[in-house]
Design a protein around this ligand. Structure first.
Ligand code: SAM
Length: 315
């Protein structure tokens, strides 16, 4: 049982038994692990299905290194690549539908959360970086956004990706402070929040604001929205697609896409005769969302917010 697995120092994989069972139709084929992380899900799949091969993708070089070590014993059954999952099929040179299964376990790993120098969560004096690619990625950091964006844009970001009720006041305070000195560390951001709240922000308040920045820095929702149809198209008939999301912003596009692909007709109501595809592209394997068991949450509290959905392409 998943709940009895030993916790992993890098990252404890979530809902492993559910993922492995759902991907059974891919047991003798190629499975894309688009969020390789520490390789926990891939390892379980390789162990349970001795004939499967894994294409493991992660944008974070530290994850690829860790998973490379963990999966080394499986030899050429594993191919590890650095890419974003929305570009995985193209980067791997896959021509047409070739994947028997695919998994996206969204968000960040415990290692990314725990590594202070990456600045993903609030830690005293952690740099406001948050790029999953690390310095290799080269794109803007969280500090760049906070120091360069217009006030209104910062406010909109904190509201839409962090559901932060004081987004306007916090954005104003950030702009006021950066005129004196650019924001550099998590403490600089927490200090701006404290000035607005009139007290130090609570952990959950900091988490909201950090989440908003992380999603933007890594274009997480955009990458997911592009990945869903790209991965669907790369699946063979009968191929299975499993996604684990950790908050509603991630879960919403997955829910919408899997439902829409499972409908026979997607013509607008005003069109009297069906002119669209006329048949579902596949079927939902999870009626509503699947959640981790209480036992798993108890042994791995970070599993608490996981929501799993699965879909199977029409045969
Ligand atoms: C929750 S962890 C996955 C953990 C993994 N399933 C395991 O068993 O260890 C998410 C991983 O996905 C990676 N990631 C997030 N967004 C990505 C994207 N758009 N493309 C590629 N990798 C991504 C992160 O770097 C992180 O390592």
């Amino acid at each position: 049982m998943n709940a009895n697995r030993e916790p992993d120092a890098y990252h404890t994989a979530v809902m492993v038994d559910e993922v492995v069972d759902l991907l059974r139709p891919a047991a003798s084929g190629t499975i894309l692990d688009g969020t390789l992380g520490g390789g926990g899900h891939s390892e379980a799949l390789l162990e349970r299905y001795p004939e499967c091969t894994i294409l493991g993708v992660d944008r974070d070089p530290e994850a690829r290194e860790e998973a490379g070590r963990r999966l080394e014993r499986f030899g050429n059954r594993v191919r590890i690549m650095g890419a974003r999952f929305d570009e995985a099929a193209r980067a791997a040179g896959l021509a047409g539908p070739t994947l028997d299964g695919a998994l996206l376990d969204l968000g960040i790993s415990s290692h990314q959360i725990d590594a202070d120098r990456r600045g993903f969560t609030f830690r005293e004096e952690a740099p406001l970086d948050m790029r999953m690619e690390g310095r290799e990625g080269g794109g803007p950091t969280a500090a760049n956004l906070l120091n360069e964006w217009e006030e209104e844009r910062i406010s909109r970001l904190l509201r839409s990706y962090g559901e932060e009720p004081r987004s306007r006041a916090i954005a104003r305070e950030i702009v006021r402070r950066r005129a004196q000195r650019p924001l550099e560390t998590s403490e600089d951001l927490a200090a701006a929040m404290a000035a607005v709240y009139g007290r130090p922000p609570l952990s959950k308040e900091k988490a909201r604001v950090f989440q908003a920045l992380r999603i933007e820095v890594n274009d997480e929702i955009g990458a997911l929205e592009r990945a869903l149809p790209a991965i669907r198209d790369a699946l063979v008939p009968g191929g299975v697609f499993v996604v684990i999301a950790y908050h509603s912003l991630e879960d919403r596009p997955v829910k919408r896409a899997f439902r829409e692909w499972s409908r026979a007709c997607v013509c607008p109501p005003e069109i009297p005769i069906c002119v669209c595809r006329g048949a579902p592209l596949g079927t939902l394997l999870t009626r509503s969302v699947a959640r981790p068991s209480e036992a798993e949450i108890e042994s791995n509290p970070r599993a608490r917010s996981a929501r799993l959905r699965a879909w199977r392409k029409a045969a």
